[in-house]
Design a protein around this ligand. Structure first.
Ligand code: SAM
Ligand code: SF4
Length: 340
């Protein structure tokens, strides 16, 4: 058995010292990607995880089962890197969908290849999807992602909607001087297509450590640009633990969200726990420490022992990130290797 934290109440779920309970598991299926978004990774890519260090499909399935059956996780989101590059993704989703109680299953993806695979992913049990799309202009897409794949992404989005992965959510990061004049065009497009757009403030999680606060396009700037064209009123839907603040556009039903991770942190309501593709547990995107679940898993630990390690790790979750404090240090792992 893992040694429980001395002051932790006897609670099976993933409780922390601040009263938060993590019910939303983010699982990174790979650190690899077929794009090279400039705010995420360098043109040459990264030193990808060696295969042997990655969890096998069976190991991943076991950890997800422990999270759902023993730890009260109700939502599982697959991410990466680019999760659709993982060969076993359909069977991993199907295994997750067979758990009792069945968790809600979602995925964050760049949508490349989704035009072909959306139907199969839905068949396996995928419920919802978030697609990253930062620009509608071909030459800008090439400059921002270093790949000429805009049409594939737009086709993937449409396929996701047609396959029933609704509401399809679109994530957009605005980068100053690159696409920061596209907030209105992106929102118009998403409203027309029936997608729910959310802007995400750029965070200091890029592999190059090139984030610069002065360069970040803030939530306030985005809202100012949108308000010049649209009437925005706060959404009547309660926010709960969702990271996005939402606004109804021009009387609804269309909405837009802004995830102001830097300028308006929402750590107090966080309900996340994160598992990397190499079996490391993180209680926060910005954690400086990780808990290794792969070694005990491979050494023959039982389900309860793994669950105990997970509970102890989450009990130690910090109150929030410290991006806005002096002495903030970016985590060693970039976003693409944590799972966004
Ligand atoms: N490859 C998939 C994708 O792009 O959707 C999933 C992984 S990606 C790391 C998840 C999300 O993180 C994407 O919406 C992406 O735009 C966002 N992201 C990546 N780097 C970021 C950064 N430095 N700040 C804010 N968001 C970032
Ligand atoms: Fe790949 Fe997503 Fe990072 Fe872009 S944001 S490079 S699509 S992992």
């Amino acid at each position: 058995m893992a040694t429980p934290a001395p002051d932790r109440p006897d609670e099976p779920r993933l409780l922390d010292r601040f009263g938060r309970v993590a019910t939303d598991l983010r699982v990174s299926l790979t650190d690899r990607c077929n794009l090279r978004c400039t705010y995420c990774m360098p043109a040459e890519g990264l030193d990808w995880m060696p295969r042997g260090e990655m969890l096998s499909d069976g190991e991943l399935a076991r950890l997800i089962r422990i999270a759902v059956e023993l730890l009260g996780v109700t939502n599982v989101r697959f991410t990466g890197g680019e999760p659709t590059l993982r060969k076993g993704i359909e069977s991993i989703i199907a295994g997750t969908a067979a758990l009792v109680p069945r968790p809600r299953i979602s995925m964050t993806t760049n949508a490349i290849g989704l035009a072909r695979s959306a139907g199969r992913l839905v068949g396996a049990g995928l419920d919802r999807i978030n697609v990253s799309l930062d620009t509608l202009r071909q030459e800008r897409f090439l400059a921002l992602t270093r790949r000429d794949r805009l049409d594939d992404v737009l086709d993937g989005l449409a396929a996701a909607r047609d396959a029933g992965l609704t509401p399809v959510k679109v994530n957009a990061v605005l980068v100053r001087g690159r696409n920061d004049d596209e907030a209105v065009a992106l929102l118009r497009y998403c409203l027309e297509q029936g997608y729910e757009l959310r802007f995400i403030e750029q965070m200091p999680l890029d592999a190059q450590h090139g984030w610069d606060r002065a360069d970040m396009v803030t939530a306030e700037e985005i809202l100012t640009a949108l308000r010049a064209e649209f009437d925005l009123v706060p959404s009547p839907v309660p926010r709960g633990a969702a990271p996005a603040e939402r606004w109804q556009v021009d009387g609804g039903p269309g909405e837009v969200g802004v995830i102001a991770s830097v300028t308006r942190p929402f750590c107090g309501d966080c309900d996340r726990t994160r598992l990397t593709a190499d079996g490391q547990l993180r209680s926060c995107l910005f954690s400086q420490t990780e808990t290794d679940l792969r070694a005990p898993l491979r050494a023959g630990a039982g389900d309860e022992e793994i669950a105990g390690l997970w509970r102890t790790a989450m009990w130690g979750k910090l109150a929030g990130h410290t991006i806005n404090e002096a002495g903030f240090a970016q985590p060693l792992r970039p976003m693409s290797a944590i799972g966004g």
